[in-house]
Design a protein around this ligand. Sequence first.
Ligand code: NAP
Length: 248
Amino acid sequence: MKPLENQVAVITGAGRGIGQAIALKFAANGADIAAVDLKLEFLDQTVEEVQKLGRRAWAVAADVAQAASVEAAAEQILAQAGRVDILVNNAGITRDALLMRMSEADWDAVLAINLKGAFLFTKAFSRVFLKQKSGRIINIASVIGLMGNAGQCNYAASKAGLIGFTKSVARELASRGITANAIAPGFIETKMTEALGPDVREAMLKQIPLGCFGKPEDVAEAALFLASPGARYITGQVLAVDGGLTMQ
Ligand code: NAP
């Protein structure tokens, strides 16, 4: 028996990067996947690969930052899948600039997708989790939400906010057997980080005790653990997957 056998997982931002890796890891471990991204065509590859693993996959187009879009997505997922056991709030963006040069639009966009998006999706599915008295919520935060970073005050605020959100939700839902945890990835090789120049990469590498960048699969392994039966007694925690970058 696989750890997530016949469970249904909703994963936002599942078209590529960390979200796609989580979708494939969960499917390989028995879960059916409702894969959410901005456009259906972004999800073709994820859906195809989940199906190759012998699991059901539904592609769901939604903007996590828009309440009406999230409500429609939740309705579609519940109608198609019949149930939901795991929610991974992974969709996220960066719009980097130093504070003095950051526009209001860049601040709002990052907060809307990274933080409000998790609020909207969690609200939509916590109704289901409360009814069935079970559910796993996994929020993909960032080490930047713990450490801060020059040029990323919007991103850091969104991820620190997501950690506070996770702990509050964990407290609200614990009595019904629902857990909520955050993962704080460090530097992971995805499209989000490929734009960084060689100097920045070199400087970051020097700060990572394990001496290498992470892969989306490293984050997916942590998410699998938090979703699995073995993590039933863990809630309100932040698990750093960062090569030791933030160790105290
Ligand atoms: P990515 O490759 O840019 O993937 C993000 C995904 O989210 C994309 O598929 C993107 O779709 C989707 N998305 C963006 N805005 C959306 C919206 N409004 N509604 C629905 N989907 C949306 O990024 P990643 O590196 O895999 O990051 C995934 C998560 O991990 C993010 O929350 C990020 O902050 C976090 N994280 C990443 C790192 C890292 O080093 N990579 C480190 C710490 C934390 P589009 O194709 O439309 O853009």
